[in-house]
Design a protein around this ligand. Structure first.
Ligand code: GLC
Length: 763
């Protein structure tokens, strides 16, 4: 059969359509015959480019129920066969069979599978079953917790015996879905099921992992370019600042102690009895004045915004929200009421433009107070419970018990589920007034909130790059917000988990993420905080946050030697800011993550394939954080390049090491860090915040023959870079044979702005 760019398979019961897109990707739609009525107009739009234009070609074999796709020029030449049946455990028993579509992706040979967004467990996802249904696990989450706050139904298959064979699969559905990854179905199989009567997906074959991630972000959207302050060190705490004085004191301490910091967060404590968009005027009498004072010291202020609007007459957001009819409805068409921090609350329906407009007004009021960034929390949306649900649930359980049913763990699961996020059965409306079931858009709530918030901020400050931090999201959330990984805990396990989660989010298209450094739940111990700050100084999103009434975990909270070490690593982040900022720009352009598993940079190194506790930050730095209590050594593997052994330079001593396994001393003050051969890092002196630009740029490099060190610079806050107001160039460092000195030149690629440095010092 000749390769083609669109095809159709038809049987009596099923039809399958496949269509190639701009890159090598293709879209597959499988439907029972006759084709059931189904649409989901709220699925985020995709950039599918021009259909068929220079599209990859493939050929298709089989029938709609058992087909194979072979991609031209790709070693992973097939997408496995489809089977219409799915094992009983994966079926959603509460649904009619025609409301649940499933298939099995059969993959020959041995494979590793990555992705699926925000998931616990290890980086490799085999041996697990995962659900997509945004949910606040309510309290600390464990290694097995699933689902969590954000849904990204996308995974990447890597062929274990072929370093140049990858396939991305994006299930293009926001309804509840389930993935069984080489688990109950056994090796070589991924089961997919979705609460929809037919299934749509995208197949992204590629020869490198980077290419898959680029394609996926091409499809779902490239990450936003944050303002520079958003990638500095941020300090947060549920209970602090409790009042203006505490906020000022915090800012003062950072500057006095010369610990760099860019932003302070205001959690729900700043509100008047947890009413969003309010300040408790007894404790925060002059928010505007406070923000001005913080700005004077080059701090930014970020306030939390929850979606629960207190159901209380006389409270402006509730009154105006009712007037404009912006809230989600329950099954009877009444405003849905669930309990959240302020008590019984209603929830904005972000699918309506009326709601987005109303939302923008309240967000903009925050900006008038001088707030710089918005922190969207509880947007799964989370609820503690809803009264109607509680009654209904209790009645049902009572009835079942009366009938003699005895309950086991499923009741617990049920109750927890009910108490953590909005239930099915709610209703949304679009602009024409048509109703849409919550089931379809539940996973999109955080996404649309972030979109609405972005649009609101744009109205108010058209030329400023917004900063929004979100807990919930869906594929494409990278266009609008940074993502933090919710309520983790102050344990060594969670620190480890944070590495996997950030790596995995990066592979799932979300490069700007990070955990609560130090852990949210429970008391952090000094050693853990220091190790986490060391690691955290390299996270794309770098915020120390902790729960109410936990021991203080500011960088200075435990005195010496911890304070000194914490300061050193936060300062390191600010020293390598030119490197990080350049990586953010690249992420914005390409979708490539900052945190990369070794196998993303070194695909041909077999040894590097299974290593996940050390990783690359960009393409030049390898970081090997200590993740165990009491450890003072780190065993690690320095990968090989395509042509064999590489030279790796110790960041701290400048000593060279060859590819292979090594044991390094890693006492508390040391995070093993290495520069890759023929790579370099642009850096500066330590600064106290990102607005400070020293006039000397340093280049630290590890040279054998030739290194190219990219550097990006813009004004750090406006959108003018989109009009060309930026500098991008590459330092080319050439080793001169027989000479001690290297030749260094700067190749400017785009000179829309002067570089910030006056002189360059080589290290
Ligand atoms: C949620 C958030 C947490 C925040 C708390 C209070 O638990 O995940 O970060 O501190 O609510 O607002």
């Amino acid at each position: 059969m000749n390769p083609t760019d669109s095809d159709r398979l038809q049987s009596e019961d099923f039809s399958l359509d496949i269509q190639s897109y701009e890159s090598t990707a293709c879209r597959v739609d499988i439907s029972p015959v006759p084709r059931p009525e189904y649409q989901n107009p709220f699925l985020p739009s995709l950039n599918t480019g021009e259909e068929s234009q220079q599209g990859g070609t493939f050929h298709l074999e089989g029938n709609p129920q058992q087909f194979r796709v072979f991609f031209e020029g790709n070693q992973l030449a097939e997408f496995g066969s489809l089977k219409s049946s799915f094992p009983a455990w994966a079926r959603d028993k509460s649904r009619a069979p025609e409301e649940w579509t499933s298939l099995i992706h059969e993959i020959e040979g041995s494979h590793s599978i990555f992705g699926l967004g925000e998931k616990t467990k290890y980086l490799e996802k085999s041996g697990g079953t995962y659900e997509m249904w945004n949910r606040d696990p309510s309290g600390l989450y464990t290694h097995n917790e699933d689902p969590l706050y954000t849904s990204i139904p996308f995974y990447i298959v890597r062929k274990d015996d072929d370093p140049f064979s990858y396939l991305g699969l994006y299930l293009h559905h926001s309804e509840r879905s389930k993935f069984d990854v080489q688990n109950r179905l056994g090796r070589g199989k991924v089961g997919l099921g979705v609460a929809a009567p037919r299934i749509s997906m995208f197949l992204l074959p590629a020869t490198t992992l980077k290419e898959v991630v680029k394609q996926f972000t091409q499809l779902t959207g490239k990450p936003f370019m944050p303002p520079k302050w958003a990638i500095g060190y941020h300090q947060s705490n549920y209970g602090i600042p409790h009042d203006e004085e505490e906020a000022r004191d915090m800012a003062r301490k950072f500057r006095q102690k010369e610990i760099p910091c860019d932003a302070l967060y205001f959690d729900i404590q700043h509100m008047d009895e947890h009413r969003v968009f309010s300040w408790d005027r007894d404790r925060f009498p002059d928010p505007k004045g406070l923000m001005e004072d913080l700005h004077e010291q080059n701090f930014k202020g970020v306030t939390i915004v929850d979606p629960g609007i207190k159901k209380e007459e006389g409270y402006s957001p509730y009154d105006t929200g009712r007037e404009r009819d912006v809230f989600i409805k329950d099954s009877e068409g009444e405003d849905f009421v669930g309990s959240l921090w302020p008590g019984f609350s209603t929830f904005p329906d972000f699918l309506r433009s009326e709601t987005r407009d109303w939302w923008a007004k309240y967000n903009n009021q925050q900006l008038d107070w001088g707030v710089d960034g918005i922190w969207n929390d509880m947007n799964e949306p989370a609820i503690f419970f809803s009264r109607k649900n509680l009654y209904e649930q209790a009645r049902q359980i009572q009835q079942d018990i009366d009938k003699g049913k005895s309950f086991g763990s499923e009741l617990k699961h049920h109750l927890i589920e009910m108490a953590t996020t909005t239930p099915e059965g709610l209703q949304h409306r679009d602009d024409s007034g048509e109703y849409h079931p919550h089931e379809k858009v539940h996973n999109l709530y955080g996404y649309y909130e972030a979109k609405a918030t972005t649009e609101g901020l744009k109205q108010h400050r058209p030329n400023k790059r917004p900063f929004i931090l979100t807990r919930a999201g869906f594929s494409g959330i990278q266009k609008y917000a940074a993502k933090w990984t919710g309520d983790n805990s102050s344990t060594w396990e969670h620190m480890k988990l944070s590495v996997y989660m950030v790596l995995n989010l990066g592979l799932s298209g979300v490069p700007f993420s990070g955990p609560d450094i130090g852990g949210f739940e429970g008391d952090v111990e000094p050693e853990l905080l220091t190790r986490w700050i060391q690691l955290g100084s390299l996270f794309p999103f770098c915020r120390n946050h902790s729960g109410l009434d936990t021991v203080p975990q500011q960088p200075w909270s435990f005195g010496e030697p911890y304070e000194r070490i914490n300061k050193e690593y936060i300062s390191l982040r600010y020293r390598i800011m030119p490197y990080l900022y350049t990586l953010f720009y690249k992420a914005h352009r390409t979708g490539l993550p900052l945190f990369r598993p070794l196998f993303m940079e070194f695909p041909s190194d077999n040894e590097a394939r299974s290593i996940t506790d050390h990783f690359m930050v960009g393409d030049a730095l390898l970081a090997a954080p200590v993740l165990e209590r009491g450890a003072s050594k780190k065993s690690l593997y320095l990968p090989e390049g395509k042509k064999g052994t590489l030279d790796w330079q110790d960041w701290w001593t400048g000593k060279s090491y060859e590819s292979g396994y090594h044991h390094f001393d890693a006492p508390l003050e040391k995070l093993p860090l290495f520069i890759r051969e023929d790579h370099g890092v642009p850096l500066t002196e330590t600064v106290q915040h990102t607005e400070d630009l020293p006039d000397t740029l340093r280049l630290r490099y590890n040279l054998k023959q030739k290194a190219r060190v990219p550097i990006y610079h813009d004004d750090g806050e406006t959108k003018d870079f989109q009009e060309g107001d930026y500098f991008f160039g590459e330092f080319v460092i050439d080793a001169q044979e027989g000479e001690k000195h290297a030749d260094v030149s700067l190749e400017a690629k785009h000179e829309g702005r002067e570089p910030f440095w006056d002189n360059v010092v080589l290290e």
